[in-house]
Design a protein around this ligand. Structure first.
Ligand code: IDP
Ligand code: MG
Length: 165
C-alpha cells in the first residue's frame, strides 16, 4: 500500500553535516521525495509536533532540541511517498534510543545520548498513518507537496506575502 511519511533531519544531524548521509541511506528505500523545506522551528511548532509527549519529563529538553537550542537553529523537513513508506523509513531510522538502535540504522550509526540525557537521534520519522497525516499537515502547506496525498479546498485569502524584488 502506498503511503506518505514526514521525515525531519533534526538540528544535530544538520550541525554534524549528516544531511547527505541520511538522504543516501533513505534513497535505499526507492521512495519518492514529494516535499522538502528548511525550517526554523518556533516553540509553537515544536510543542504542537510533540504534543503527545507533553507530560514526559524530557518534554522541555525535547522542545529545545528540535528548536535548535543545542545546535544550529534549523531542521530539514521532507515528505517521502511510496509503497509502505512509513514502515520502510522507520526501519532505516532505527529505534528511538540511539544506544539501543541497530548500529546500521541511521540513529544507531549517528545518534547519541548527551550527558544531560537528551536523545540526539538525528531524525524523525512518522510512526503510523494518523501521525503522518497530522505531522505533514503541520509542517507543509498543500502547494509545497508535489503529489495529491490529502484532499484540499480552495480558499480565497488576502494576505501579505514576500515576493522577490
Ligand atoms: P520516535 O521519535 O522514535 O517516534 P517518540 O516516542 O515519538 O519516538 O519520541 C519522540 C522523540 O522524543 C524521540 O525521537 C526523542 O528525540 C525524544 N525521546 C523519546 N523518549 C525519550 C527519552 O526517554 N529520553 C529522552 N528523549 C526521548
Ligand atoms: Mg514518534
Amino acid at each position: 500500500m502506498n503511503n506518505q511519511t514526514l521525515i525531519l533531519i533534526k538540528p544535530d544531524g544538520l550541525t554534524k553535516s549528516l544531511t547527505g548521509n541520511v538522504l543516501s541511506r533513505l534513497s535505499e528505500t526507492k521512495l519518492d521525495i514529494v516535499g522538502a523545506r528548511m525550517v526554523q522551528v518556533s516553540r509553537e511548532l515544536a510543542e504542537e509536533h510533540y504534543r503527545e509527549l507533553k507530560d514526559k519529563p524530557f518534554f522541555d529538553d525535547l522542545v529545545k532540541y528540535i528548536m535548535g537550542e543545542y545546535h544550529k537553529k534549523k531542521v530539514m523537513a521532507l515528505v517521502y511517498y511510496g509503497e509502505n513508506a512509513i514502515s520502510k523509513v522507520r526501519e532505516i531510522c532505527g529505534k528511538t534510543n540511539p544506544e539501543e538502535a541497530d548500529s546500521v540504522s541511521i540513529r544507531g550509526a549517528y545518534g547519541r545520548i548527551t550527558t544531560a540525557g537528551v536523545y540526539e537521534n538525528v531524525m524523525h520519522a512518522s510512526a503510523n498513518p494518523q501521525d503522518a497525516e497530522r505531522e505533514i499537515k503541520l509542517w507543509f502547506t498543500p502547494d509545497e507537496i508535489i503529489a495529491d496525498i490529502y484532499s484540499t479546498i480552495e480558499v480565497e485569502e488576502q494576505t501579505k506575502t514576500l515576493k522577490w524584488q
